[in-house]
Design a protein around this ligand. Sequence first.
Ligand code: NAP
Length: 335
Amino acid sequence: MRLLILGGGWFLGRALAEQAGQRGHQVTAFTRGKSSSSVPHATLLLGDRSNPMDMTELAAQGPWDAVLDTSGMKPAMVEISARTLANATDRYVYVSTVNVYQHWPTQPLDDDSPIRQYQLFGPPGESRTDEYGREKAGCELAVSSVFGDRATLLRPSVILGPREYVGRVPWWLRRIAAGGRVLAPGMPQWPIQPVDVRDVAAFALDAAERHLTGSYNIAAPIGHATFGDLLDACRKETGSDAVLEWLPHDFLQAQGVREWTELPLWRPYLGTWQVDAARARAVGLVCRPLADTVADTWAWLCEGGSLLVHERAARLGITPEREAAILAAWDARPV
Ligand SMILES: NC(=O)c1ccc[n+]([C@@H]2O[C@H](COP(=O)([O-])OP(=O)(O)OC[C@H]3O[C@@H](n4cnc5c(N)ncnc54)[C@H](OP(=O)(O)O)[C@@H]3O)[C@@H](O)[C@H]2O)c1
């Protein structure tokens, strides 16, 4: 197949290019060339997808059997891509997110849960999670309105694995490698269900090859792993003798710990990790064990892998001083 990746330079797009190349597809990647000067297994074309002229020039390089859009973040940008590529590709696979669901991250979800309404300007005081989800919902709408049943919408939950630029597992690996008393959030048996970047890429390629239509949640099965499994895998891979101190959710909330980012992947709601991906599983989604994702992320870091300079990575992690202060407050609590 001839495939066009809108993106390809960072994380999911690179995994897609690599697997598409291994499957024998002919791959073109389109980026601005800011974050990388080449995409392995792909011919790289340069341009800005928010510029209609660049997109018109790109469309002239077609046709493609499928476009795989990993970099569409704003509805206006995605609308330009969808409209200019409408006659240059058979299928448009758009990588969205579970944030499009109205009730993520607090309540359980399935493939038919209600979606956020897109509006140009969000309500005052909107959270970043809500804004991101609302905008991705607008991107989905832009793709569906142009491609109809030639569109595939993929809604991954948290994606982890080598080259993870948000830096969630890299942060935990480095923190645990540093040793000592580690503030661990909640309880070890707290279920989690992140999905490996390579498993998302494999499903996206299957969707393109098999003309899968409609929307698919992409998550590991509910209860696939626990927070304890994640941190134990970090201890095992780094060979660390760090001591995990599991502090209850309500204590962390009372200390004002910023959920999701200050202790990466921690949210105190069970709903965050109750994303049912039955539709994708029914057509072949396979998720590898979390321990493999952690091991391969550590191997990538040890080989010199480094995080991108990315605004999301900048907000990640608790400082050693604050971690120590919270542990001291825990030790000093009245019992
Ligand atoms: N991380 C998660 O946990 C998670 C969870 C759910 C869903 N998602 C979704 O998964 C996707 C992740 O993709 P990724 O970042 O890993 O993809 P990627 O394709 O590896 O990286 C993004 C690429 O887009 C290019 N790009 C950015 N803006 C551009 C523009 N205006 N014109 C042309 N190229 C542009 C960047 O290169 P240049 O800078 O060189 O242009 C980069 O190569 C996103 O859509 C995200 O919403 C992520």
